[in-house]
Design a protein around this ligand. Structure first.
Ligand SMILES: [Zn+2]
Length: 258
């Protein structure tokens, strides 16, 4: 089989299920899925994150704000003041096999506004992605709530708009299953979150099985709760060497069982 680099990254992980019968056994040994879910779409950090994941033939999971690159974008908090990537960059990274998913139209906290306003912002976000990100489909999207903050009413509605959504809650989820709509994640900040993440991974690996979704942002000194670039590099090297572990973006982990 002639496999391009992009296809190779795309098939890494759960997608190998469909490749050939012999790979089924190898994949079934994966009892622990780890999703490192990078938010906010910083240009510098996203490029570096993608490069580090590529080193290990893995797809990065990058969640971006639809209007974050526009000149009139106003940082919603003190942690998003550095340059964001634009959709030229997101298309380039997506075509290299990385996952680019929505993280709001303007990164609003949706629990402090009327339900209708929150819905309108999410619809605008998904429309922007459909127009500007090649191959984007809401039915295959994970919507990553800004501030991991949502309401039961918004969650019920959102479940009808996208494949699944990510919000706050326990860091360890059930293994992916068909119809899984609500994904919850761990996060730590505003300082360096490496120790917290290491502890979450330890807890996962001590469990019989599970899907750890951990919300990260930038690398080194960029964004809320960062990790060092060399830590991420060493972490991925450690994780891919563990037989029970699969490192996957959230959408890819879920799409593999649809
Ligand atoms: Zn964010």
């Amino acid at each position: 089989m002639n496999i391009t680099r992009r296809q190779f990254i795309g098939m890494t992980g759960a997608c190998v299920l469909s490749m050939r019968p012999g790979s089924l056994r190898a994949q079934s040994a994966k009892r622990h899925i780890i999703t490192l879910s990078f938010d906010d779409g910083f240009k510098k950090s996203s490029l570096l994150t993608a490069r580090i994941f590529e080193k290990y033939k893995l797809s990065a999971c990058i969640n971006v704000v639809a209007t974050g690159h526009l000149p009139d974008f106003k940082s919603p908090d003190e942690y998003q003041v550095t340059e964001k990537g634009d959709f030229a960059l997101w298309n380039e990274l997506k075509s290299s096999g990385h996952e680019i998913m929505p993280h709001g139209y303007k990164h609003a906290r949706k629990t402090t506004m009327p339900l209708r306003d929150a819905q309108n912002l999410i619809v605008a976000c998904l429309e922007y992605f459909s127009k500007n990100l090649k191959g984007f489909r809401s039915a295959e999207a994970i919507f990553n709530m800004p501030y991991n903050s949502s309401t039961p009413e918004l969650e019920s509605w959102l479940a009808t708009q996208v494949l699944a959504f990510r919000t706050g809650g326990p860091a360890i989820n059930a293994m992916p299953y068909k119809g899984q709509k609500k994904l919850t994640c761990g996060a730590f900040g505003p300082g360096n979150c490496e120790e917290h993440l290491d502890n979450q991974i330890k807890t996962l690996l001590e469990s019989p099985s599970g899907w750890l979704i951990y919300n990260l942002h930038g690398l080194d000194d960029e964004g809320y709760g960062p990790v060092r670039a060399d830590y991420l590099d060493r972490l991925l090297a450690r994780l891919i060497a563990i037989e029970s572990v699969s490192v996957l973006p959230a959408g890819k982990a879920l799409m593999a069982i649809q």
